[in-house]
Design a protein around this ligand. Structure first.
Ligand SMILES: *Cc1c(COP(=O)(O)O)cnc(C)c1O
Length: 348
């Protein structure tokens, strides 16, 4: 990648090795479950997370929707964070396509949903109420800064789910970042969950796709939902070939992205007119504010970074002066220094 694109880790291009594997992928018709490369990816992903089965889906949105529609029916209720991707950024799909009622609980700055709030949100058995069916967590929790949820917290939520007979889904778009940041096995973070979706196409650099993992029965149902959603791909092994490299070779290096996020944060903290809370950099996200004292507007900053330095950065959606910089495979330490240098110059 020529440009330095910090807007998200979704912008990552596939690596040279991925492109080669894609070119040589053995393929078949995946709707017939005959694509060997997709089958391999699904098996390997399931094994990594200690689950029975996996399902290749075209996006994280589709994976979350397939998981939730597979486990909830019309009029059922899902408890999820008010800043959860599934609630905010998935087009209201669970309601629009699944007739599933979302009930939100306030996401805390550390990414958790308070346990007492979860307990209170579970409906009693009463003719007035929708039926609570599922709790959905997000790990890492993106909107509050890529906060990783711990194994202990996940188990505490699972206990509540079990107590009330609910399913637990994890939107693990960046579950590997959560695992690497906390030095735990990815499997430990989802052991207590019935279903989990993770993205191949973010920090792991694959061009397309996510994988949903869970029990055989859940995956069988989710496979039906995926077809209904238009996600039954045919010779998708071309995509899964990159996915296999993503899960087998791109996970450990995420630690580097986290180090680069810290480096970037430390550099930005020293630049006048910028404010960074270094204690909140836990994974590959760096949130920072352009203070009112700055000599230029956020729009001008974006424009100058882009035009003068080929650096893509933008205010976080819904915010004016808060920026989110995301480190990934294509943001090397040298590029981090170039970004710090460019901001220092522009804000001088
Ligand atoms: C990226 C992301 C998804 C999936 O988004 P797609 O654009 O559909 O791949 C889901 N949840 C979270 C938290 C994400 O960051």
């Amino acid at each position: 990648m020529k440009v330095i694109d910090l807007r998200s880790d979704t912008v990552t291009h596939p690596t040279a090795k991925m492109r080669e594997a894609m070119a040589n992928a053995v393929v078949g018709d995946d709707v017939y479950e005959e694509d060997p490369t997709i089958n391999q990816l699904e098996q390997d992903a399931a094994a990594m997370f200690g689950k029975e089965a996996g399902l290749f889906v075209t996006s994280g949105t589709q994976g979350n929707m397939a998981a939730i529609l597979a486990q909830c029916g019309r009029g059922d209720e899902v408890i999820l964070g008010d800043k959860a991707h599934t609630f905010v950024y998935e087009g209201g799909g669970i309601a629009a396509l699944g007739s599933i009622h979302p009930r939100t609980v306030s996401v805390q700055p550390d990414g958790t949903l308070p346990l007492d709030d979860l307990r209170r949100a579970v409906r009693g058995n009463n003719v007035h109420f929708p039926r609570t069916k599922l709790i959905s967590l997000e790990n890492t929790q993106g909107t509050v800064g890529g906060m990783p949820l711990s194994v202990e917290y996940t188990h505490a939520v699972a206990e509540i789910a079990q107590q009330y007979g609910l399913k637990l889904h994890i939107d693990g778009a960046r579950i590997f970042n959560a695992a690497v940041a906390q030095g735990v096995m990815p499997k430990a973070l989802v052991e207590a969950a019935d279903s989990m979706t993770f993205c191949l196409s973010k920090g792991l650099c694959a061009p397309v796709g996510s994988v949903l993992v869970g029990s055989k029965a859940m995956i069988t149902e989710a496979r039906r939902v995926r077809k209904m959603l238009g996600g039954g791909v045919r010779q998708g092994g071309i995509l899964a070939a990159a996915g296999l490299i993503a899960i087998h070779e791109m996970v450990d290096r995420l630690a580097e992205d986290h180090q680069h996020a810290c480096l970037l944060g430390e550099g930005l903290a020293q630049i006048p007119h910028l404010q960074v809370d270094l204690s909140r950099i836990k994974t590959n996200f760096v949130f920072f504010d352009l203070l009112e004292t700055a000599p230029i507007t956020p729009e001008t900053l974006v424009q100058q970074l882009n035009e003068r330095c080929q650096i893509r950065l933008s205010p976080y959606p819904g915010y004016q002066r808060t920026f989110r910089a995301v480190t990934h495979y294509w943001i090397t330490a040298e590029r981090v220094q170039r970004v710090i240098g460019a901001l220092r110059e522009i804000l001088a």
